[in-house]
Design a protein around this ligand. Structure first.
Ligand code: AMO
Length: 418
């Protein structure tokens, strides 16, 4: 049997007999001729034959001769074909996958995700997500980070008790990990520099366009820092690596979606939380930034600094998790930051407490944190880290208004399948 040629490579085989395989993307029957457009992982190729009754989405193998054709996608098509089905005749999907855009409501798309994701534009967002992850990995590998994989079933909440999923663990109370926070900090004691790419779980009780009950967290943590600024520099390097990898590895997806990739400035502009509140006209005692504030700040960063990224630093210590390091000069504020990208919070991070005595002073009950506190008991360097939400990143990159559009099989208040 001749080896399989991918659709995108067909124009390089003019005059040859080849074999392609894929899904019948579109069947167009004219009076005396039928066109089958075959879709595979690389793209589309047209097949011309006298007639065919193979329904769209059926998986087929096609052997035939490649000829040049001005009208066909890529400038070539397959003639004199032998079409062999590899699946049963497919049922008609609930929407036309061959149209340039998937015209269905978001609930219909999500209910039918296994087939909706086949639409080239749906798929493209996830090609971009995959390239982003590859870029993140490469950027941190380059800085001598070690990739780790930590438990997602845990005995204590890591962020706040409010949005944690409880589960039954052999008759005991356990939780789905809200983040790898405690593990990544402990592992700084082992590797100095670690990162993890994995699922985390948040029992988000509200239905928003930027919250999921399960998302992919791109975490990093590093030791021997001076303060949060060293962490911000590593984050900048990681984000630049993500954009570079999308540009090179996902060029077709970027083109198909017609999106513009951001420039990551050599130094991302920053604003202190206090100044941020003043800038957006919020009361000075406001403990956090509202989504509308984040949008306004992003607009300001673009107008003032020409940057689609903005660091907000120095959040009030009372609004940050207990492990957050205070600002030594103004202890009511913290050595922490958020990174805003195109109007939303994309990353949270900062410097952590690293002295055992600091944790003992802060935690009322140390028993649930015994394993975590051991790291500090036995000596930990000054350290810090961050976490970036992959689905939020992809949504901002492709301009999707709802995070569910950049999540393969989203989990939210109401959705548990597919
Ligand atoms: P935080 O809770 O702010 O920080 O989360 C970090 C980033 O994760 C994304 N994110 C979410 N994405 C989708 N659905 C959600 N429900 C959701 N919640 C958060 C956002 C957010 O900026 N341990 C700290 C990080 C650290 O300090 O290292 C943490 O998890 O993009």
């Amino acid at each position: 049997m001749i080896s399989r040629v991918l659709a995108a490579d067909v124009p390089a085989h003019i005059g040859a007999r080849i074999r392609v395989a894929g899904w019948v993307h579109r069947r167009r029957e004219l009076k005396s001729v039928t066109f089958l457009v075959i879709r595979d992982r690389s793209g589309l190729v047209q097949v011309v034959l006298p007639e065919s009754d193979v329904p769209e989405e059926t998986v087929v193998e096609v052997e035939g001769i490649v000829i040049a054709s001005g009208q066909a996608p890529g400038g070539a098509e397959i003639t004199e074909p032998v079409v062999t089905p590899l699946s049963e005749p497919a049922q008609a999907p609930p929407f036309d996958l061959y149209r340039p855009n998937l015209s269905a409501t978001l609930p219909t798309i999500l209910d039918n995700a296994p087939v909706a994701l086949r639409h080239p534009k749906m798929r493209a967002a996830f090609t971009i997500a995959a390239a982003s992850v590859a870029g993140y990995r490469a950027a941190l590998d380059e800085l001598d980070f070690t990739e780790v994989h930590t438990p997602k079933i845990v005995g204590t909440a890591t962020e706040s008790g409010a949005n944690v999923f409880g589960i039954d663990y052999f008759g005991r109370r356990a939780y789905l990990a809200q983040s790898p926070q405690f593990f990544k900090q402990s592992l700084v004691g082992v590797f100095e520099r670690v990162y993890e790419i994995g699922s985390v779980f948040r029992a988000e009780p509200h239905d928003t366009t930027r919250h999921l009950a399960q998302y992919t967290s791109l975490d990093a943590e590093l030791g021997f820092i001076s303060d949060h600024r060293d962490v911000m520099a590593v984050l900048r390097h990681a984000v630049a690596g993500m954009v570079d990898c999308v540009r090179t590895r996902a060029a077709d997806a970027v083109r198909l979606l017609g999106i513009r990739l951001p420039e990551v400035p050599p130094v991302i502009p920053e604003i202190h939380f206090v100044d941020a509140l003043a800038l957006v006209g919020a009361p000075p005692d406001e403990p956090d930034l509202a989504p509308a504030h984040e949008r306004a700040l992003s607009e300001w960063a673009l107008a003032e600094h020409g940057s689609e990224f903005l660091f907000v630093i120095g959040y009030p210590i009372r609004k940050r998790p207990f492990y957050t390091h205070p600002d030594p000069a103004r202890p009511e504020y913290s050595n922490s930051f958020d990174l805003l990208f195109r109007g939303v919070e994309l990353v949270t991070g900062g410097q952590r407490l690293h002295k055992y005595s600091d944790y003992l002073a802060i935690l009322d009950d140390t028993e649930p944190y015994r394993g975590y506190l051991d790291a500090f008991k036995y000596g930990m360097p000054p350290h810090g880290g961050f976490a970036l939400g992959l689905e939020r990143w992809t949504a901002r990159l492709v301009g999707a208004p709802n995070i569910r559009q950049t999540t393969l099989f989203p989990r939210d208040l109401t959705r548990l399948s597919p």
